[in-house]
Design a protein around this ligand. Sequence first.
Ligand SMILES: Nc1nc2c(ncn2[C@@H]2O[C@H](COP(=O)(O)OP(=O)(O)OP(=O)(O)O)[C@@H](O)[C@H]2O)c(=O)[nH]1
Length: 914
Amino acid sequence: MSQDYFSKGKSAAGRNDEPQNTPPPSTPSRPAYMTVGSGSTSNYATHLRSLLDTDSGYGGSIIGDEPSSSKRPLGSPRTDPTLSGDMPLQRQSTSSPESDHHSQAAAVHQLWYNSHRAALNRSISKVVDLLKTLQEMNVTWPAHYPSVQRADTSADHPSSRPGLQHAASMAGDPSSPHHSRQLRRSMTTVEDYEAAESSKDADNKNAAESPRLVTQQIAQEFSVLKLDLKLGALHQAELVHSLEKSSIASLLDGKISSSIKHLLLLRERIEDTSSKVLVTGDLNAGKSTFCNALLRRKVLPEDQQPCTSIFCEVLDARDNAGVEEVHAVHKNAIYNRHDESSYDVFSLQELEKIVLDNATYIQCKVYIKDVRTIDESLLNNGVVDIALIDAPGLNSDTTKTTAVFARQEEIDVVVFVVSAANHFTQSAKEFIWAAASEKAYIFMVVNGYDLIRDKERCQKLILDQVYGLSPRTFKESTELVHFVSSNAIPMAPSPPGGPDGGGSGSSSGGGDDPNDDPKGKGKEKEKVRDFEKLEQSLRRFVLEKRARSKLAPARTYLLNILNDVNVLATVNSDVAQSELDRVSKDLEEIEPQLESSRKAKAAVSDDVDKTIEETCKDVYDHSRNTLNSTIARAGEGNLGVPYPGLFSAFEYAEEIKEAMLSQISASVSSCEDYARTKAVGGVNVIKQLGIMHLGNEYHDLNFRPEVMFRRRRDLSAKQVDVPTELWDFVDWSTLMQRQEKVAGTGMALTVATAIGGRIVGGMGWMDHTLNAVKIIGNDNLRKLIVPGLVLAVVSAAAYVVQQIPHSLPHRLSEKISKQLATMDYVHANSTRISSSVNKVLRFPADNLRVGLARSVDQLGARREETLKVRGESEVALKYFGNLVRESGHQRSMVEDIDLDAHPQAQGAGGMSIA
Ligand SMILES: Nc1nc2c(ncn2[C@@H]2O[C@H](COP(=O)(O)OP(=O)(O)OP(=O)(O)O)[C@@H](O)[C@H]2O)c(=O)[nH]1
């Protein structure tokens, strides 16, 4: 079977000859089928047709075009006044009241059709706009896709309908207030209800096996926009949960794009003014003869043996630059009239050869000029252009192929030709059963009726069979079942070079000449009348079916997509509202937090500085005072060094020095201990501040004071080198006091002092002696000197020796003190200790500062982010709120387009549409 027939969902019957890659035109070409002649002249019909002229049905198909607009839009088939299209033309012949009636009915139907088409067209444009804005929104605010959770059978959730949950973006956010919210969608159609019922059963079946609902239930909620997720064994709903928000958004974006494409195709289809009629039936039932009769021209080959082996589509020669010819389409080629490699060209006379040659071709396009007037022509009747497709006769090989063909969207009507003599064969029955699922009504042509003698019995038998095969068709049998003799229809003279040069047609029907036989003439007229009746019925049927086959898919699809958009918008509006509530609440918390955090940052910084400063000052002062007092009192008290006697005085001095320096060192250590305690206190203060402002992370702040002062980098007291001098053993101040008491004379003291001093001092004592002699005078000297001198020296020596344990520590203490002062020992150590404390406290303090700064930054960033989300949520809420309203409004508008209650239905005997 050719791809041209089976691979494309192309709708425009008249556009089969267009290049396949041509984008769907926004301005459809004018009707493509044979259009000849003019319309009715009755006043009413003329009025109706003038209405048709101003209401082409395209009036509102353009965005922003109101239904009342008289502006002729793009795509109107009447833009070219020289072409009739579906425009009623001037009638050339006088009409009968009956034909006037039909003409009026057709015009009314066309008005009805056009208004619905325009409404659908407007809806399509609107929905395309809505989808495009949704796509744009989906970029800035990735739409939340509702996934379906397993229906909870607990008493809390008695609903059998699945709840909708926004997945993906909210996954991992179970605290979200809308997490468990159940959304319900109203059921808008009977099908919906049935689907809900069936999926409920499925749900019950699957509830035990799967924690989530099965795919069908997502299908239940979404007709068009459901995401096709096929990843391994993962369930679709689970996948929706596990997918990133952005992935869902891009999947949805793809869905929306394909939906827009489909809508544009539907628009193209409803703007297409033509209808395709597939003529099929048993082998040799007279299908080709019937088609020729409709055309009033012998175009398709007729034979007593089965001959039609390919699908022959009859088209207007004007679509082929007015040239009558046959394009035999190559197998597996996509037909394109402008691409000659896709077909072979033959003349009409050669059609028979092509039709028989079923090995090379599977379909052909037959371009012919219509010979009938608009009143007469079924094909170009002024209302709708009809294309005829003559199919191969049904047999075991072709039945399936033809059934597939008949199911195509482009096929508006199936005409089944059955032989009055042979009735329905097995292949015919199989075909009708198969076709009945798609086309509830089938137009039945019982052909070769002239050959039947007992016509009543034939009718009864055939209708009984029709009842069994298609009860609905049987119910409307007056309109849908016709007993005719196709070979009795007079043929128009063929144009020169036509296939049937004589042009007399096969009206003989057995060689009778009606002119010779008045009775025969009457019979022939009756046959023609029956056939004309068939044509009228077929025309009405095509009109009705056209409404159904062209408008209904658009209506159904619009309802589905609008439902989906409405559900999606409702969910997202709800999510946006929740998000807005959440971020508003967050902001209420963040704003004061940020403010207090900023204040805390400054206050804590001051507190910390103060704590450090005070602690360090305290430590410094304490160290300084302690060391000063220790050094000052180094010579006092018991140093624990026993005096070993005069001969070990120097060793004694050394031990005393060492003891003193150790005492000073111990004092330094005690200062360090004090500093440790203070550091612990300072760290605790900082820790408390950290806990207060930054929370638990500060609980773990561990400080090890024992590590402090481990490496002593100070000037150790033990390093102090104070040499012991002989002089150190004499405590001159006490010695002087003592001499005054002992000698009793100033001179003696002076002498003793001078001598004693010199004795102790060593050098130059002779000079002093001479001086003393001069002062005292030789005589006195002689009397005093010896005993005084001896006394003083002995007394001084004895005293000095006695005082060593008392005087030496003082002397040494003074010397050490002096040396330490030179080294700036006290200040250096106090500074070192307090600096160490400072350093120890700086670390947590700096951390605290950094933490506070980070906290302020984080809060600031969170605030910014929350503000951004709030802004986006506000936009989304507004957008989706509008979308809920718009989609709901559009949906009710489309629901109001009632394709079942159209005027033609009543005109056609109340026949309802399948
Ligand atoms: N008596 C009579 N003969 C008819 C009628 N219609 C068709 N025939 C004849 O029946 C034969 C078969 O007609 P076709 O039109 O070729 O039949 P078909 O169904 O197209 O055949 P295939 O497509 O080849 O299966 C021809 O010889 C026709 O002349 C009719 O209404 N009455």
